[in-house]
Design a protein around this ligand. Structure first.
Ligand code: SAM
Length: 298
């Protein structure tokens, strides 16, 4: 492996005339969350690349920033647009990447541009700012020591189930992004996968109608059925509790049929008779019930 060392505060265009890629955080609603450094960087960069140029124009005009070049970079043009932007940076231009809101490269195609820049040895400089997931987490009241950011779930039911089943035993808090049209459906998926855990629905963060709904998944579903969802949501879900972890550990066999359960013990070296005895004891059944179930299978 080759170690590449980038020192942000020394490399200001020192690399033979190459520019840098600046990742500029912008507000997630409240314009007062724009940082001085973000404004200065956007003023100084020769190119600004934005997910939605119309939205970014509004932000720039609010801060009286006149971009020399505003470039569109989004999911549907990133394959062509990415290499073009990299060429500009290699030619010596500094480029600022902004997302529609919050931090670029979080639930948007920015990460692809960053990877491309890194592969060309271009300095990448983060200009931190607001972020919806972390703002929701810190105000949620749920544990913050360990957390996993999931972002948007996939669209297909089977893909959703597969992602969620992989997270069932995650012990840290889980963070999801969701639109108002899908939030109830997503909560129903979460309930199916995790049971009635505690959640916090953080809505319209930093905006006028900012709201935190704290309760169980079931309680929040009832609330949403009475108060139709509006605005943008972060779902903060409590991780697996100690009790849930212990229960999962003691009932590892739950997904197995009786036959598979007995076979499991046999393959681990027990005689069939002892394997049946162990399976019976795990399941709280009499050995005779195991025997009968196996006979039915034959
Ligand atoms: N880059 C952004 C960030 O750093 O948070 C996230 C962009 S992602 C495309 C958009 C999603 O973020 C929304 O669907 C919503 O789930 C969440 N989001 C953005 N702004 C929000 C806000 N003000 N309140 C709650 N959620 C928000």
């Amino acid at each position: 492996m080759t170690i590449l060392c980038q020192s942000s505060f020394q490399n200001k265009n020192q690399q033979a005339g190459t520019g840098s890629l600046y990742l500029v955080g912008t507000p997630i609603g409240n314009l007062e969350d724009m940082t001085y450094r973000a404004v200065r960087t956007l003023q100084e960069c020769e190119i600004i690349a934005a997910e939605d140029t119309r939205m970014t124009r509004k932000l720039l005009s609010h801060f009286e920033i006149t971009p020399s070049m505003l470039f569109s970079y989004h999911e549907h043009n990133k394959a062509a647009s990415g290499p073009e932007l990299i060429r500009y940076i290699i030619e010596g231009k500094n480029l600022a990447l902004v997302s529609d809101a919050g931090l670029p490269a979080i639930s948007d195609p920015g990460a692809d541009l960053v990877a491309l820049a890194v592969s060309h040895g271009i300095p990448v400089i983060p200009i931190p700012g607001a972020n919806a997931a972390l703002s929701a987490l810190i105000a949620s009241g749920l544990p913050t020591t360990s957390f996993t950011f999931i972002g948007f779930l996939p669209r297909e039911r089977k893909d959703i189930r597969s992602v969620l089943s992989g997270l069932r035993s995650a012990q840290g808090t889980l963070l999801f992004y969701e639109s108002p049209h899908r939030v109830s459906k997503t909560l129903a998926h979460l309930q199916e996968a995790f049971g009635n855990r505690r959640i916090v629905l953080a809505r319209e963060l930093t905006k006028r109608y900012e709201e935190f709904l704290r309760g169980t998944i079931e309680e929040c579903l009832v609330w949403l059925s009475e108060h139709p969802p509006l605005g943008e949501y972060v779902i903060v879900l409590e991780g697996e509790s100690k009790e849930e972890a212990e229960l999962a550990e003691s009932s590892w066999w739950r997904e197995l049929s009786i036959e598979e359960h007995v076979t499991h013990y046999e393959t681990s070296g027990l005689a069939r008779k002892d394997a049946m005895k162990k399976a019976a004891s795990d399941r709280g059944l009499a050995k005779r019930d195991i025997y009968n179930a196996l006979l039915e299978k034959e």
